[in-house]
Design a protein around this ligand. Structure first.
Ligand code: AMP
Ligand code: ZN
Length: 461
């Protein structure tokens, strides 16, 4: 089957073939870890996890390399670490662990590689040095700058050219720039910045800019030209445009052959974002909803479209999943055979059309019901295999139907693990109110947390 993917770079759906089918490469911009991620932040996680699953099904599990980075050095991280009197490592490890536990609770597979920005500072310095040498960058009073007008094709991804990179909180405002669109590759340390936020460089002590982090990690882990680069649509400009500028000017090769962007998750028609204050945290959702319900809700819209997040969406997802699990339960005892249906795979292969894929999953559930009703053992076995294979592709139906019906299943354990981990993190961050709140929440569910020297464990009482 040929995969069709919408390539933002060319503004159309294209046939996807990897440069090397034995090593298909996918890079997705990961979180900046300094507090809890909201459900909008998990939309790219689920979208690109579904793409990862599709690529693995198409090219073989061992032949797909997915890197999702951790941004563990950034202004907001430094500010939070200083405010809480924590080392940067303690803060970032805490929230990276929480992020991964929460991603696991909505059935996101771990990426093949999780590069941390601070482990790649030397590569960031190398790219910066190459850009200076090639005349694409210059040193100013507060850091090293990439000179945007020096790149002929700048703006090809977003169609935005001379816009001001000063817009946006992540970019320093400075009068030393030769052009307002120039952006920072290296930022010199300011007085009062903590020691663990400072590295040596040929130009002076400091730290990398945000964009160069991804250019360095993608090249170091996956190579100078990767197959697919993904992220939220807000990253298209300036972040991805600047990644392209740095990587292509330094390496003389395209950074990625395909660029994919997920649309926003909205609340009442507005982007969910920390700055607007309309966020719903995944950790809070997991207290009320099973991880698969949340995942199903995230998959219910096409990834390039905005998705409005409502309680009705979650309730609908739960009703549909209950029905599908009910059907799976009716064929659960059937023999194990090979799956024969391709409708879910085909829907995903058409630019990750998850609404059609979920409709196909419901249709398979209908076939399971019909086979069970007719008492046809062969059809029941086929229906079971088809449902499970489709569920594997979509990251759904990972519980036994009986456990799902009880509402107390292995995924629920994962959810509790995530909450206990979140409480550990809150304790490490000295957020006692949060740690007490989580303990009380679990207690109300009949779950007791036991602290010991080895860490926290839990049991149902
Ligand atoms: P950040 O930590 O802000 O860099 O965001 C991490 C990821 O979440 C990026 O890929 C963003 O594009 C994505 N993102 C942030 N807010 C939303 C939203 N409301 N809907 C969808 N994706 C989002
Ligand atoms: Zn990035």
């Amino acid at each position: 089957m040929t995969l069709r993917l919408y390539n933002t770079l060319h503004r159309e759906k294209q046939d996807f073939t990897p440069a090397d089918p034995a090593r298909v490469t996918l890079y997705v911009c990961g979180p900046t870890v300094y507090n809890h991620a909201h459900i909008g932040n998990f939309r790219p996680v689920i979208v690109f996890d579904t793409l990862f699953r599709l690529l693995r099904a198409t090219y073989g599990e061992a032949n797909v390399v997915y890197a999702r980075n951790i941004t563990d050095i950034e202004d907001k991280i430094i500010a939070r670490a200083q405010a809480e009197n924590l080392t940067i490592k303690t803060l970032t490890q805490t929230y990276a662990d929480i992020y991964n536990a929460e991603a696991g609770a909505i059935n996101a597979l771990p990426p093949t590689i999780e590069p941390w920005a601070t482990a790649h500072i030397s590569e960031m310095i190398e790219i910066t040095a190459a850009l200076i040498e090639k005349g694409h960058a210059y040193t100013g009073a507060s850091g090293v700058w990439f000179h945007v007008p020096g790149m002929e094709n700048y703006g090809a991804l977003s169609g935005r050219k001379q816009e001001d990179n000063e817009a946006g909180a992540r970019v320093d405002v400075s009068e030393e720039k030769r052009d307002p669109a120039d952006f920072a590759l290296w930022k010199f340390a300011k007085p009062d910045e903590p020691e663990d936020a400072i590295w040596d460089s040929p130009w002076g002590k400091g730290r990398p800019g945000w964009h160069i982090e991804c250019s360095a990690m993608a090249a170091a882990q996956l190579g100078t030209t990767i197959d697919i680069h993904g992220g939220g649509v807000d990253l298209q400009f300036p972040h991805h445009e600047n990644e392209i500028a740095q990587s292509e000017c330094a390496h003389g090769a395209p950074m990625a052959r395909f660029w994919m962007h997920n649309g926003f998750l909205d609340m009442s028609g507005e982007k969910m974002s920390k700055s607007l204050g309309n966020v719903v945290l995944l950790k809070d959702l997991l207290e009320d909803w099973h991880g698969e319900v949340i995942r199903f809700a995230l998959l219910s819209g096409h990834y390039r479209m905005p998705l409005d997040w409502t309680d009705e969406l979650l309730a609908q997802a739960k009703t549909t999943l209950d029905r599908i699990y009910g059907a799976l339960g009716r064929v659960w005892e059937a023999a194990n055979v090979k799956a024969s249906d391709h409708t879910v795979l085909d829907a995903l292969g058409d630019d990750l059309n998850t609404p059609i894929a979920l409709a196909a999953l419901s249709k398979l559930a209908g076939e399971a019901n019909a086979a069970a009703q007719a008492g046809d053992n062969k059809d029941m076995a086929t229906a079971k295999a088809n449902l499970l294979a489709a569920g594997h592709l979509l990251g759904l139906l990972q519980s036994a139907p009986a456990d799902w019906a009880k509402g107390e299943d292995t995924d629920d354990n994962a959810r509790i693990d995530a909450l206990v981990e979140a409480r550990n993190a809150a304790r490490a961050a000295k957020d006692w109110a949060e740690s007490d709140r989580i303990r009380d929440t679990l207690k109300a569910e009949g779950i007791e947390i036991m602290d010991s020297a080895e860490g926290a464990s839990w049991r149902r009482v």
